[in-house]
Ligand binder design. Structure first.
Ligand SMILES: Nc1ncnc2c1ncn2[C@@H]1O[C@H](COP(=O)(O)OP(=O)(O)OP(=O)(O)O)[C@@H](O)[C@H]1O
Length: 452
């Protein structure tokens, strides 16, 4: 049954509503403090809020403050404001603060029923939309659902439509190029070229002509005018991978290109305008390099208008398994093998390995494991990893115990040692809190309880 939190200090109206809406579970609160407690406890999608709450029932100040706090705790909540006054100002103020709708007393059950149904419908649509968005994020080639990756994907969504120069930071093999492609694919430049150049893999004396191109006769062997990577990316996106390895001698020329969007080919005298979005990536600590004067400070600030840190694989939790499964099916296709999955032991070993080489290391280990596997399931040995005793894994009960203990201690600190407030913050009753304190032997909380 759908829950509606009714914040109303008039017991008569509370009763009227209780009998009028048998299809909903109604929970009540009569002032701001109890409203917030009920909100935490029931997490309702829809709330009705009488603006005239004690201690200031004749005005809307308490109701409006309550509205702001509700939306701060649960921003997606649909709050229907109920006002006693015929003055529209309060209603307008409420909507501008984020209320979903407003309604003037006296209460007409039929009308309020329609408003409630609409609020639930919208809330449901928004929830579906959020779920869809989350799945479309994991639909691209950045595989993974961990918080760290979803956060990074959301940043990509925001920066992709802009022209901002982005610096991708992350250890080797974390997927910096994959992220750069994702920015390009979600940008208006999607139908134009994406060109990547690895500044570390090209000898210093060739890098300039690779990037800027050269005119015929510019040097021995320059038999024809050749476009550089920057010009090839015209209209699209250029990834300067391992920018930290760009020689100092070339950094000044690069800075000029980034500032003025013009280039000169090697051996040429003509300025050529280019329209290129630039993304840079490195595993190096550029700030330290700036301090050591091995990277130009002005270039550093020019390329890092926004910085996106790609988390290492070991910080992506269960994504390791998700990516491993996706890669397994890819390699099965590639090698015509029919390996079905991983033994429990292999999964434990993968979760516990530190993956210094990140996804590239995972790819390499899997590739050889798919080829070497003797059975339908890949073992830890096939992956070249140390077998871990599957029984030593943390049980769900232990995880829950740790999480609950941590949440209780946190709330207790925020509540200044007051157990009533602690239970309110946690959205549980005081007896439930006492039971948890006993269960997890947190007796120090009871011994140091404060009164206020
Ligand atoms: N989230 C992901 N899911 C699946 N495969 C991925 C993911 N991220 C990266 N990869 C794969 O991992 C490999 C390494 O990724 P990528 O080359 O983008 O890393 P990188 O950080 O640019 O590495 P380097 O710093 O060494 O250039 C690529 O083959 C890429 O396809």
């Amino acid at each position: 049954m759908k829950t509606v939190l009714v914040i109303e200090d008039d017991i008569g109206i509370q009763k009227q509503l209780k009998w009028s809406f048998p299809d909903y579970e109604l929970v009540f609160a009569q002032d701001r403090a109890s409203a917030l407690t009920q909100l935490r406890r029931y997490e309702p999608d829809v709330v009705t809020l009488d603006l005239g709450l004690p201690p200031d029932p004749a005005n809307a100040s308490e109701g409006l403050a309550c509205l702001s706090e509700i939306l701060a705790i649960q921003p997606q909540c649909k709050v229907i404001v109920i006002t006693g006054s015929t003055d529209n100002d309060h209603a307008i103020k409420s909507v501008s603060l984020g209320a979903y709708d407003y309604y003037q007393k006296p209460i007409d059950v039929e009308v309020l029923n329609i408003i409630l149904a609409r609020a639930f419908k919208l809330s449901q649509l928004e929830a579906e939309n959020r779920a869809l968005k989350a799945s479309s994020i994991s639909n691209n080639d950045i595989i993974g659902n961990s918080d760290a990756i979803l956060r990074a994907c959301r940043t990509v969504e925001k920066i992709a439509p802009t022209e901002i120069t982005t610096l991708l930071l992350g250890d080797s093999g974390t997927g910096k190029e994959v992220f750069a492609r994702s920015i390009h694919r979600q940008s208006p430049r999607v139908n134009k070229p994406f060109v990547a150049i690895n500044c570390a893999s090209i000898p210093e004396n060739l890098l300039e002509s690779e990037l800027f191109g050269y005119e015929k006769g510019a040097f021995t062997g320059a038999n024809k005018t050749t476009l550089g990577k920057i010009e090839c990316a015209n209209g699209g996106t250029l990834l300067l991978d391992e920018i930290g390895d760009m020689p100092l001698s070339l950094q000044a020329k690069m800075l000029r290109f980034l500032q003025e969007r013009v280039i000169e080919r090697v051996g040429g005298r003509q300025e050529i305008e280019v329209d290129v979005r630039v993304i840079c990536a490195t595993h190096r600590n550029l700030a330290e390099m700036v301090a050591a004067q091995s990277f130009r400070e002005d270039l550093y600030y020019r390329i890092s208008e926004i910085t996106l840190a790609i988390p290492p694989l070991r910080q992506r939790g269960h994504d390791i398994i998700v990516i491993a499964k996706a890669l397994l099916s890819k390699f099965n296709n590639e090698f015509g093998t029919q390996v079905q999955g991983f033994s429990d032991c292999a999964m434990q070993a993968m979760l516990q390995h530190a993956w210094p080489g990140n996804i590239r290391e995972l790819q390499n280990k899997l590739k050889s494991a798919v080829i070497l596997a003797d059975s339908k399931l890949i073992t830890a040995e096939d992956l070249g990893l140390k077998a871990v005793d599957a029984l030593k894994t943390t049980t769900l009960r232990k995880v829950r115990e740790q999480a609950e203990t941590q949440a209780i201690r946190h709330a207790y600190t925020v509540a200044n040692g007051n157990l009533s407030k602690t239970s309110d913050l946690l959205g549980i009753t005081r007896p439930t809190l006492y039971a948890l304190i006993d269960k997890y032997r947190l007796h120090d909380l009871r011994n140091t309880e404060t009164e206020n």
